[in-house]
Write a protein that binds this ligand. Structure first.
Ligand code: GLY
Length: 400
């Protein structure tokens, strides 16, 4: 009898401690349902729809989306279709599926146009990439393959990276420039090489990641927004900023793109150097964060704590750290990244950052381009996109 009770006690303790470790720290379904209702509010605002106009930002003093016409130059055009795909993934609602398809279709022409810049990856992979993942529509696959080939025309073999901004060659005197954001767009190249495209696309992506790792970070693992290269020698000339506070500062979203990018490159290659590097650049970011885990737009703005925050950087990083937490081998490290990501998601989901009833976006307090005084302390469509992606990643982790 004594033995049986003792055995039951052990089972009970194990069961409850097991539940405690699996119990979500915040209600991810509540957060996703909130996103879904905001998607429907946005659809109402956009009605009757012009599928060539994509929501991009909402000023602090406004409650309506500013929309922009899809074009080669409008880098944010893929995020709204991407959000619709994520919402369809969560709800299974065929009305949302139809909206996703209709908005996506406005981007078709980009797969038959010359590359304007590296943002083609954001434009096509966030929209068609998710569309293909969820529907296996072969038309989408063809569009993605063509887009990857177009993106690869910006690759400079002498330098070994993609020319991110052809327009800045003349404008800024940067013969070959590679920006940290460009790391995200390597995913389209990896995808294409694994789905019937040229295997050289993956080699370009690896070369780009290697050169970026070699040149675009300081010894403390913080990053430069822009690396400038010589097109004759292929050599790195200097690291500078475009959207950060200064050439020597840490622009929060740049570091977020880096964490996301190198985590993804590890996923795609299995090369442990990228995993090690992703951890180092994540660790320095985590050390610099304020208490609520939402960064100021640039970690070195002297106006801190009176500087604007950037919720978009937090959303990108939360999504990246969730993936990173599934890749690292040491349980304590895995827990560290997962807990940090959940901390970010909890903050983003709090009344301080949630738009709630005030606006149809998911989040407030993002900063697009502070040096240009553009989109400062606003809602941004890409903050919402990566927030929803992170929530879906977290939900999947809780279910498995
Ligand atoms: N890729 C542009 C930005 O992060 O602002």
């Amino acid at each position: 009898m004594y033995h049986r009770n003792f055995f039951l006690l052990i089972i009970t303790v194990l069961t409850f401690s097991g539940c405690a470790t699996l119990r979500p720290s915040f209600d991810v379904n509540e957060a996703l349902t909130y996103c879904s209702s905001q998607v429907n509010r946005t659809l109402k605002q956009l009605s009757p729809p012009d599928y060539t106009l994509m929501p991009r930002s909402i000023d602090d003093s406004s409650n309506t989306w500013k929309c922009y016409k899809v074009s080669r130059e409008e880098w944010c055009s893929g995020f709204w279709p991407g959000i619709l795909w994520y919402d369809y993934e969560y709800t299974g609602d065929t009305a949302i599926l139809n909206q996703a398809r209709n908005y996506n279709a406005s981007l078709d022409f980009l797969s038959d146009s010359p590359a304007f810049d590296h943002d083609l990856g954001f434009l096509m992979y966030c929209s068609y990439g998710n569309g293909y993942r969820l529907t296996r529509d072969t038309t989408y696959k063809k569009i993605l393959l063509k887009s990857a080939t177009i993106l690869s025309t910006l690759f400079n073999p002498k330098v070994g990276t993609i020319l991110s901004w052809p327009r800045e060659v003349e404008k800024n005197g940067w013969p070959h420039n590679t920006i940290m954001d460009n790391m995200i767009n390597l995913e389209l190249l990896f995808w294409a090489s694994k789905n019937g495209g040229n295997p050289a696309l993956a080699q370009m992506a690896v070369s780009h990641a290697d050169k970026t790792m070699e040149n675009q970070f300081r010894s403390d693992y913080t990053s430069y927004h822009v690396a400038v290269y010589d097109t004759i020698t292929g050599k790195f000339i200097k690291g500078v900023t475009h959207q950060g506070y200064s050439d020597s500062s840490v622009w929060a979203r740049g570091q977020a793109w880096a964490i996301y990018g190198f985590t993804m490159v590890y996923r795609e290659t299995g090369n442990p150097n990228y995993l090690d590097f992703a951890q180092k650049i994540a660790d320095v970011y985590l050390k610099l964060l304020p208490a609520d885990y939402i960064p100021y737009w640039d970690f070195n703005d002297p106006a801190i704590p009176n500087a604007p925050k950037d919720a978009s950087a937090a959303a990108v990083t939360a999504s990246a750290l969730l993936e990173l937490s599934t890749m690292v081998h040491q349980p304590a490290q895995s827990k560290k990244y997962r807990d940090a990501a959940v901390h970010m998601l909890k903050s983003l989901s709090s009344p301080t950052y949630r738009s709630g009833s005030s606006k149809p976006s998911f989040l407030m307090h993002s900063t697009g381009n502070m040096p240009k005084h553009a989109e400062v302390d606003v809602s941004l469509i890409y903050a919402d996109y990566y927030y929803m992606e992170a929530l879906l990643r977290y939900k999947r982790m809780l279910e498995h």
